[in-house]
Design a protein around this ligand. Sequence first.
Ligand code: C2O
Ligand code: CU
Length: 563
Amino acid sequence: MVPKIFAPFLVFHVLLIANAYGKTHHHTFVVKSSPYTRLCSTKNILTVNGKFPGPTLKVHRGDKVIIKVYNKAKHNITIHWHGVRQKRNPWSDGPEYITQCPIQPGNKYTYKFELTTEEGTIWWHAHSGWARATVHGVIIVYPRRGHHYPFPKPYAEVPIILGEWWKKEVMEIPGNANVTGGEPILSDAYTINGQPGVLYPCSKKGTFRVTVDYGKTYLLRIISAVMDEDLFFAISQHKLTLVGTDGSYTKPLKTEYIMITPGQSMDVLLEANQPPSLYHMAARSYSSAKGAGFDNTTTAAILKYRGSYPPPPSPSFPPLPPYNATQASTDFMRQLRSLASKHHPAKVPLEIDTHLFFTISVNLLNCSNKPCTGPLGKRFSSSINNISFVTPSMDVLQAYYYGIHGVFEDDFPRKPPKKFNYTGDNLPENLLNTAFGTKALVLEYNASVELILQGTNVLVGDNHPIHLHGYSFHVVGWGFGNFDPRKDPSRYNLVDPPEETTVGVPNNGWVAIRFRADNPGVWLMHCHLERHQSWGMSMLFLVKNGATPSTQMVRPPLDLPKC
Ligand code: C2O
Ligand code: CU
């Protein structure tokens, strides 16, 4: 028993500890349709709280977040906290029919999570079909209270969300739901913080602007919420210093441009050290799939120095690599290194007990009755290890937790069903076919996993941004062509490989990632190019519980939506 006189000290102490370890943030997200004008016309888009892009969450590492999401739209909705590990709590992860049933119109659901290991910039987005095109926003995770950035404190920070805009209502574009079998229509613009910029009609007025003071350093928190294309991004006359990716720090990397895939986030320092003036920042597509159409427009925003100077007749544009510059894309990727410092160590698994090899393909199937709108009247499909993911009609997580049969199978293959020259030219036509299923690959708790993601040239090669929920991973190696298990592992970087939650698997190449399966639950892995995902380029990891209560999934919340 505590003597009465000490009680106030104890209370004081407990408060202090609570403060050091974090604070709880409460937010309300109302998903609704709101009118927005871009490219000379007005349409209704799905928003959170009427905002596009949506609200920014600012938290410290160690904090908790509780978000009530009300669905006041006509569409089903879920929200995914992209880059948040959701340790032991897949119930708040968000992908619809994977970890929850969607929040139906008129209903609500409360997401709860803690920022435990992630630090830097991550984001949130709808995980319900194409809703994420407009339902997305930034999550800024500052260092723990009392801790510092591993670089000099920037003077100010600027979130930069790269997006994609369609003149049509995205939820109603037929190809977007994969019903026609063809490609979704191309977007009409890319955007920087919701604005297309001067190179598009009717866009001068709303163009996004950042004002800077000469001599100061700014932290740009860049996110790609783009649906279907990788982007090159640069700022005229200014060098960028990359210091973080996907919520973990990197060794400072000086670069003229970045290549950012859908799903990735990058923390970039910008020194305002050029003659005071106006400059453009700009982004445009890196599109490596041969013959595939893409939106080849350029989005721009303005970097403006404070002060008086004669304004330039037109602010200069940065040179961006050409759209098909795979070399420029991989030159950037090649230089990425995690910080791997005393305070931010790289915990790369060194002993591997679980070896996995996945092929990633775009497929083409015959259409049964009427011709589809894909090439040759066929329909697009896509697959991992030749299985095209079929979305179930109730969520896999509940099916697993309550032992409900018939929702998913636990036999996702650990290697492709057949070996072939994955990245060869003119591959035989029978490779175009794929099987279908809702399959999970079961991992033992704490398994030490190496996964080779092998791109293929089955229909056409592409740069696939593969995103894993519930984890971050170390990108220990990559290359072009087929992965060679005899030679390639000797060239792995096991010292300071970049730590990411989304990795671009180079066109007709491979990537080796490593992670420790220490987060029990059902976790989706998929291509973050929306068209590929909607064609089936997804799979599930089912990570078993550990032996002790603190290594097991928490119980489902009472307000989990019903299907
Ligand atoms: Cu950002 Cu499953 O996605
Ligand atoms: Cu893809």
